[in-house]
Design a protein. Sequence first.
Length: 607
Amino acid sequence: MCGIVGAVAQRNIVPALLEGLQRLEYRGYDSCGLAVIRDHGLERARSTQRVAELAQQVQLEQLSGRLGISHTRWATHGAPATHNAHPHFSGNPPRIAVVHNGIIENYEQLREELSAEGYVFESQTDTEAVAHLVDSLYQGDLFEALQQACRRLVGAYALAVMSSDEPDRLAGARYGSPLVIGVGQNENFLASDALAIAGTTDQIIYLEDGDLVDLSTDTVLIVDRDGNDIDRIVHTVQAHMAAADLGPYRHYMQKEIFEQPRAVSDTLQDIDEIVPELFGAGAAEVFEEIDQVLILACGTSFYAGLTAKYWIESLAKIPTAVEIASEYRYRDSVPNPRTLVVTISQSGETADTLAALKHAKSLGMPHTLTICNVATSAMVRECELSFITRAGVEIGVASTKAFTTQLAALFLLAMALAKSKARLSSDRERELLRKLRHLPKAIAAVLALEPQVMDWADRFARKENALFLGRGMHYPVALEGALKLKEISYIHAEGYPAGELKHGPLALVTEAMPVVTIAPKDELLEKLKSNIQEVHARGGELYVFADADTNIRPENNIHVIRMPEHYGMLSPILHTITLQLLSYHTAVARGTDVDKPRNLAKSVTVE
Ligand code: HGA
């Protein structure tokens, strides 16, 4: 989603701002812009193209300055057009500049009030109301004006603000959208995440909701939501340089698919015994106290949750519900205080999931756990317990290694819950841990199937629709496979439990509809084989990923790729990877923008 980079320095900060925007490109955006203060005047460049194009424009117009703010925009209010791109200005001549991530929910009311005061709106964005609001409250003290403005804002925001009257001051605010401070040598930064400024500083302060910040080149002042001065910890964050390097790969998505043996292995570390403390101090008491699990998530993380339901109910025998976060938060539900509320999010900042978590807590469910890839994220801070996956930075918008590491973490959770309820014998624990330890090697064996999958992808690229079938715990894998194909190749795809086929989707089956089938060697195999025959009998073309010992053989219109030996309960992790490869190579064959699919964004920080 939107990215913010701002800087106050003793040097020209335009190159640092542009580099920061480039580092945020992975989040997905539709326009971008940058403003600086030069000779006490505001100047800006904005573009509906890529950051590289903005950089050319900036060079052409010779923009430079020691104070500046910049932005990549993923439009929520107003089309992705230049006049809607941030920074937004206010004043005549312009005096206030604002970049914003989030949604100002009372912007219509503010617009009316500010228009009545004589402000003229040049964009359709909610953000422009913030610029005029700050200007209307400005009496020579930017920080004071921003503090007052924030009291009027309803919704979610990360803001970076500057005034041409104060060329050494950068102000910011965070409520509901992520914002960090980068502390440098005689220079300070604001950014949406540490990765944006990793090229410049590794000293990072994570702001809390309600914080406001007043920066100069050598001072950092933070006040909390009650206006009290507050110290926040400065973290030394590993520079994520490696993430930006593509190495031998063509796209980040491909690189991240191939990083999965490492990512899963790092996530599992060297766990040789399942203990509740893997999920944080106090987990043993919490696990004892709960008698049901509620998983809240969105998108791919939701499918990780659906898979976990099979594991938790099978191993721990604890009833588990999985809900789409944006639905859960707005419906009447029946809270049970003995519930473990589990949120799953790559970034830990997903706005819908965060809001659903807060909603669950407000209903009186205090026991919360998050599975997330960012240790410093809002969700980790908000939850009683946490498990940090070690996928590393994921740049491709379509989730790959974040998903499989979430699955690995959720499997550990199922085991830990089972053990705390005395439903996991030590023999079974040892056996499952052995399988987990072997998982990175098994993933590597699946990755070796890439050339065979590429053959299929060429044929797939010519289709406009596809069905994905799975049964049992491979049904969520089918859903995830269909989502991945939609996201990056723009082929319409649906995931179905194979037994549902005859209740509707079979009507769609013709030779134009490829049917991808996940065929593990499990107790449902014979039933699945019947489902395959149902498709075959109607002239459908099947693409089957079959475990080694399933005895499913290729024949006319049934194509088979043979998977390595069956991995029992861990099999969904392996079957997911072939589907990632299929989507990836299909998208490449169709020539789409694989890492930044149209209309989508990484870290979905707006509702
Ligand atoms: N609402 C603002 C910012 C959108 C945003 O944060 N996207 O991630 C706009 O539409 O410009």
